[in-house]
Design a protein around this ligand. Structure first.
Ligand code: AMP
Length: 214
């Protein structure tokens, strides 16, 4: 868990690459869905462009379907889910059905860093490499280091006006969930204001000790 721009996606990707845990990113699934030409895609596009959440019933359906696939049998990383109390309730039900424990981890980043992380973020459309114009610029302006033929792209929802709404949506709808997990003594914190490798080391410890206990 974490605010938009906290680096959840980067960490989930590392967990997938290094520990073989499938990354289930609802944001990425919705970004793929919005490319299709259906009325549902149009609705998802409209909400995402405004920085608002996709409705719970659709989000829940997508997560239930994805986590039911074979590659999730030995666990998975949810990136950007749950974001509302209804989603958290569904996850608890799902965990019981699947016989798995839940380990919420908060990638904790101070507010002032989040905006720069998001508005500065750029992605390679070919290999998914990520850059940031403030913190990790590409060697050559707006061109991927690995795929020199690719111009870097900015996600529509990383534009400054949308970033503001995304942060407000997080404060209103998702922050209360942290209280809920904190009250149950479940939430683990990692300091997300450091470089991705340092953050990963902490997360890896939490995840591997969780695995040993199960
Ligand atoms: P993210 O990449 O996780 O920041 O997600 C990008 C956008 O996808 C969000 O601003 C929402 O519009 C949508 N989205 C992602 N995950 C969820 C979720 N769990 N519930 C509702 N909407 C979501």
């Amino acid at each position: 868990m974490g605010a938009p721009g906290a680096g959840k996606g980067t960490q989930a990707r590392l967990l997938q690459e290094r520990l073989g845990l499938p990354q289930i990113s609802t944001g990425e699934m919705f970004r793929a869905l919005k490319q299709t030409d259906t009325p549902l895609a149009e609705e998802v596009r409209r909400l995402m462009e405004k920085g608002q959440l996709v409705p719970d019933d659709l989000t829940i359906r997508v997560v239930r379907e994805r986590t039911g696939r074979d590659d999730c049998k030995h666990g998975y990383v949810l990136d950007g889910f749950p974001r509302t109390p209804a989603q958290a309730a569904m996850l608890e039900k799902l965990a019981v059905e699947q016989g798995k424990p839940i380990q919420p981890i908060l990638v904790d980043v101070p507010q002032e860093l989040l905006e720069k992380r998001m508005t500065g973020r750029r992605n390679c459309p070919v290999g998914g490499e990520t850059y940031n114009i403030y913190f990790k610029p590409a060697k050559s302006d707006n061109v991927c280091d690995v795929h020199p033929e690719a111009q870097l792209e900015q996600r529509d929802d990383d534009k400054p006006e949308t970033v503001e709404t995304r942060l407000a949506t997080y404060d209103e709808q998702t922050r209360p969930l942290l209280e809920y997990y904190r009250a149950g003594n479940l939430l683990k914190y990692v300091d997300g204001a450091r470089d991705p490798e340092a953050i990963f080391k902490d997360i890896e410890k939490i995840v591997t000790s969780e695995k040993e206990q199960t």
